[in-house]
Design a protein around this ligand. Structure first.
Ligand SMILES: *[C@@H]1O[C@H](CO)[C@@H](O)[C@H](O)[C@H]1NC(C)=O
Length: 472
């Protein structure tokens, strides 16, 4: 008990540290901080959130996203984390005339802090409001909070004179438990799972850098804890080994290719606290070992792999679902969620090297990544449309597969500083949301994106998992 309290406090310190540095003043603040705080507390009230849904519409949907690139306009401070309102009323008998942003559940237009008229059946508008300081509602900022979804401050409403559809930007910290009755009979390969590409690359923490934003290395901007609290359940890790550190723990880093981003042990501890304090299933994928794990001929360096596996067992051991206990034959979709819950083994750890998997029967085999390896959004979607349709493959060893829904810059893009990962994410994330709701709806398993606040993959994946579970 004492030990876990210390761990929770340590996590609180990390999360708060991150919050303070990441907090950037809203550009055109919708209200004073105190009003904002009191509104947030109102939405946290467990009684009101139990009685009324956080999302409502009779036909179509509205949702809030966060614009991933910053916006620079002459004469204005740089605007970061600008809110976007999105709507899709395709197929409905009429399209609402207005859309707006509110600080609590929308009831009348007089409460809107921003609004705009619309005429197209689907689309989005970038607003000049910032999400503001990073926070996690419901008591989840520094440790486990209240079960169920909770709203961050921005709500979106659409309608004519009356509000007909609304939604908020949410966290979904316990979505698997909240929907357990509907999804637990699904096999893990039948779930729709929201994933974070390069999940550990969210802020530098090295001897020389604590940068939170850069052009070509960082793929996320929320901590691992915050990603899990938001609802991400698949974490794609890229790991480097640096033997010049004395201490074994200090040798293992989260990398993006050859760039060291942050030490890995603290990230495993954030996952541990999440598993200790929820009933969620987490999929962790050691997917790339760009540094220090292989010799020049490409043979695995056994001590580097063994040291890493020891650390994973030490930090996450009690939660590991051993592949030897739960695996199902090739070409099948793996264990049911219920069987993992019954055994209380809720961490599925896959490893990108099957020679190491063969020596360690607890590891899950290579989890295929559907990776287009292109910097063109058009080619990305052409590739994913066919690849997702062709999966799951009949003889697949892994029950899972991940659609890597991001473009990859070329060396020349990086050398000539053409664009950035934030701009690349902005160019595809809305289309990823639209694709998951339509063409990928039946087949998609894990969908991994960069800067996931710019898409709606979390809420959509939950809805799809529930939909699939209801069909069983
Ligand atoms: C993304 O969606 C928009 C709106 O539907 C469309 O105009 C655009 O062509 C799509 N981009 C890609 C790369 O598919």
């Amino acid at each position: 008990m004492a030990a876990s309290l210390v761990a929770v406090l340590a996590l609180a310190a990390t999360a708060l540290g991150a919050t303070i540095v990441l907090s950037l003043l809203p550009y055109r603040a919708p209200s004073t901080d105190s009003v904002l705080t009191s509104r947030i507390h109102r939405t946290l009230d467990p009684v009101s959130s139990r009685n009324e849904p956080l999302e409502f519409s009779n036909c179509g949907r509205v949702w809030v996203t966060v614009h991933s690139p910053e916006i620079k306009e002459a004469g204005h401070p740089t605007l970061v984390d600008a809110l976007e309102v999105n709507w899709d009323f395709a197929g409905c008998s009429s399209v609402p005339q207005n859309i707006g942003i509110f600080q609590s559940r929308p009831t009348s237009w007089s409460e809107a802090v921003w609004y705009h008229s619309i005429s197209e059946p689907e689309g989005f508008i970038l607003t000049d409001l910032s999400l503001g300081a990073e926070t996690l509602p419901g008591g989840w900022l520094s440790g486990p909070g209240t079960r169920g979804p909770h709203c961050l401050w921005p709500w979106v409403g659409a309608g004519d004179d009356q509000i007909q559809a609304y939604n908020c930007l949410k966290i979904q910290p316990t979505w698997m438990e909240d929907n357990a009755e509907k999804i637990s009979s699904l096999r893990i390969g039948e779930l729709a799972i929201p994933g974070a590409h390069n999940a550990g690359a969210w802020r530098f923490n090295t001897e020389i850098s604590n940068l939170a934003r850069d052009s070509f290395v960082l793929c996320q901007d929320r901590s691992i804890w915050a990603q899990l609290v938001h609802g991400i359940r698949y974490l794609d890790f890229r790991i480097g080994y640096y033997d010049f550190y004395q201490n074994e723990d200090d040798r293992y880093w989260l990398n993006h290719n050859l760039v060291r981003v942050r030490p890995i042990v603290p990230l495993l501890r954030e996952i541990r606290i999440f598993l200790d304090t929820t009933k969620e299933v987490v999929f962790l994928d050691a997917h790339h070992f760009p540094m220090g794990f292989y010799d020049q001929k490409g043979s695995p360096l056994q001590h580097a792999h063994a040291g890493f596996l020891d650390i994973v067992k030490r930090e996450l051991g009690p939660h590991l679902a051993f592949a030897s206990d739960f695996a199902t034959p090739a070409g099948t979709r793996g264990p049911t969620v219920q069987s993992l819950l019954d055994a209380d083994k809720r961490l599925v750890f896959s490893y990108v090297d099957n020679s190491i998997v063969n020596q360690n029967n607890w590891l899950w085999p290579v989890l295929p990544h559907l990776w287009a390896n292109t910097n063109s959004p058009t080619q990305l979607f052409q590739y994913l449309d066919q690849a997702i349709t062709a999966h799951p493959q009949p003889n697949a060893r892994s029950p899972l597969y991940s659609a890597m829904a991001q473009t990859t810059p070329t060396i020349l893009d990086i050398v000539f500083l053409r664009g950035s990962l934030r701009e690349n994410a902005d160019a595809v994330n809305r289309n990823v949301t639209a694709r998951l709701a339509t063409r990928w709806r039946q087949h998609a398993n894990i969908v991994s994106t960069d800067f996931f606040l710019g898409d709606d993959v979390i809420d959509l994946s939950i809805a799809l998992s529930v939909e699939r579970g209801s069909r069983l």
